[in-house]
Design a protein around this ligand. Structure first.
Ligand code: ZN
Length: 544
């Protein structure tokens, strides 16, 4: 079917386009305007904003951790009749069906689950496959696993590490590699309770830095498009901007992505020993072109923190609101589920909110800073429209600041920042840049050959309203959302990479699982036939 989206303002930063025009779609892909052909379906976009489908690079939407949060907090489920009906938590939606619908309604068409345990990959993919409409990808977590740490301890060399990384990407059908508090979870198993970048995992004699650098080189050497995705040490601690700065300087010219940097933007100034250090962190990011970051913005309200940083979650468990939590010190990374309520009148929470916005506004290149709330850790992803509005209006930020504790505002630079994001910058940050960061050449733009993922918005001065409910959303050329309501369901795919490897690693892994655990490695691989969807996976090419 030949579809025409007619006469909207097309903003397509990847192709340098910003002007009124048409978008044509045929066979699920964007095509050049056909000469003399008549569209079979025409959608009037006059006066509206036309963007590619948005891409979220870091949102916890499936897998063991998310499921444990669901099971811990039945009251959080967005069901037709919430139970109990009036808790603050009942506003939070963690169910798979709602995830696909809410993302689609906002014009998001691709979402990356950033924390898949290698041994829970099948469960994660079963859940991802159950999320309607959007395409997905997953990052698999390495860096606290016995096999890798054993390789590094034995000084087996870069080729051995690269083969192991490639084997994991293939076995778990992942789009990239994440490292969470490198070595910290392994040290936690030996009763270490604080772990920094140059601290050493006792039994393996490896520093966090050495683990991170090994993985970074392996990912880069394999030609995996997405750089090593790093959750740094010391998440959430006063003074941890030092950790962020040290990690940024360790990039050493190679690509490195730092996740939810807001949680590492803290100084120790002021009466309470807690302040924003977003300005020096942003300055370091600006000065380090090989580093990209996502923010992990905090928004006020009830949520639940879900993290494979078992050491930090263990230390934070007593701050649970409501008072219940799960700490799982098993597998390689383990995990922690700690519900949390970010309060507008809480000094620390107010500083956290400001730090996120400072990072957005002080990092100058919209190709290197990405919108995330680290869903659901900083806030539910459904708060994105409010964040767009805050980034686009200094006046709106001033209104929010006026309601925060003045002592908190005083230890941030947010009131002094005049910058307002343009629609072009929003489109870059949420479309063009994430596609480039993930190596998705046919996404995030509206040029011929791109997938037919298009979001059309009313050009409403109320930017939150505009981005909350897209006027039209097309997925692979099919209309799936009209006026913020899902009008058609479809099943997306999971994006994966499969870099080349020396197949000797396959035999080694089989022997490792059999010798160490008496299990077949097949139990941890994700077979295509396990997913009851047609063509459940899409292979993204690696650079070599
Ligand atoms: Zn995360």
């Amino acid at each position: 079917m030949l579809t025409r989206i007619a006469g909207g303002r097309v903003i397509d930063p990847a192709n340098g386009r910003d002007g009124v025009g048409d978008i044509w779609i045929s066979g699920g892909r964007i095509v050049e305007p056909p000469q003399g052909a008549r569209a079979e379906a025409t959608y009037d976009a006059a006066g509206k904003i036309v963007l590619a489908g948005a891409i979220d690079i870091h949102s916890h939407i499936a897998g063991w951790n998310v499921n444990t949060a669901r099971l811990l907090l039945p009251e959080y489920h967005a069901v037709a009749e919430p139970r109990p009906s009036v808790t603050a938590a009942s506003r939070i939606g963690l169910n798979s069906h709602a995830t696909g619908c809410l993302y689609a309604a906002m014009g998001f068409t691709t979402v990356v689950e950033p924390a898949m345990s290698p041994h829970q990959a099948l469960q994660t993919h079963l859940e991802l496959a159950d999320i309607p409409i959007i395409d997905k990808g997953a990052l698999v977590i390495l860096g606290n696993d016995d096999y890798l740490l054993g390789l590094l301890h034995a000084k087996e060399g870069e080729a051995a590490v690269a083969d192991y990384v490639a084997w994991n990407l293939d076995a778990s059908r992942s789009l990239g590699i994440k490292v969470v508090n490198a070595g910290g979870a392994a040290a936690f198993k030996e009763n270490v309770r604080s772990f920094s970048f140059d601290d050493v995992v006792p039994s393996y004699g490896l520093s966090s830095r050495s683990i991170l650098k090994s993985l970074q080189r392996a990912v880069n050497g394999l030609g995996v498009p997405h750089p090593l995705h790093v959750h740094c040490n010391n998440l959430g601690l006063a003074g941890n901007a030092e950790t962020a700065l040290t990690t940024i300087s360790a990039a050493e010219g190679l690509p490195l992505h730092l996740a939810h940097l807001q949680f590492y933007g803290y100084g120790k100034e002021g009466e309470r020993g807690f302040s924003s250090a977003a300005a020096p962190v942003a300055e370091a990011v600006n000065a380090t072109p090989s580093v990209t970051i996502d923010v992990g913005q905090v928004m006020f309200g009830q949520t639940v923190t879900i993290s494979s940083d078992v050491l930090r979650q263990f230390n934070a468990r007593n701050q649970a609101r409501p008072r219940k939590w799960v700490i799982f010190d098993g597998d390689s990374n383990g995990a922690g589920i700690v519900p949390y309520d970010y309060r507008r009148n809480d000094f620390y929470n107010a500083v956290q909110w400001a730090v996120g916005l400072e990072l957005f506004l002080l990092i100058s290149d919209p190709w290197r800073v990405f919108l995330t709330t680290d869903h659901p850790n900083g806030a539910h992803f459904a708060t994105y429209p409010e964040i767009f509005a805050l980034l686009m209006s200094r006046d709106l930020r001033a209104q929010w600041l006026a309601e925060l504790p003045p002592a908190a505002v005083a230890v941030t630079t947010l009131p002094s920042i005049a910058r307002e994001y343009s629609l072009v910058e929003i489109a870059t940050m949420t479309r063009a840049a994430p596609a480039k960061l993930l190596g998705l050449a046919d996404r995030g733009h509206l040029g011929a050959g791109a997938v037919g993922d298009v979001a059309v918005y009313e050009n409403d001065p109320d930017r939150a309203k505009m981005f909350r409910a897209a006027a039209l959303v097309f997925k692979d050329g099919e209309l799936v959302v009209r006026d913020g309501e899902v009008v058609s369901y479809r099943w997306g795919r999971a994006l994966t990479v499969r870099p080349d490897r020396d197949r000797a690693i396959d035999r080694r892994m089989r022997a490792y699982y059999e010798d160490r655990y008496g299990l077949s490695d097949e139990l941890f691989r994700v077979p295509e036939h396990a997913l009851s969807r047609p063509e459940p996976f899409e292979l993204v090419p690696c650079a070599r």
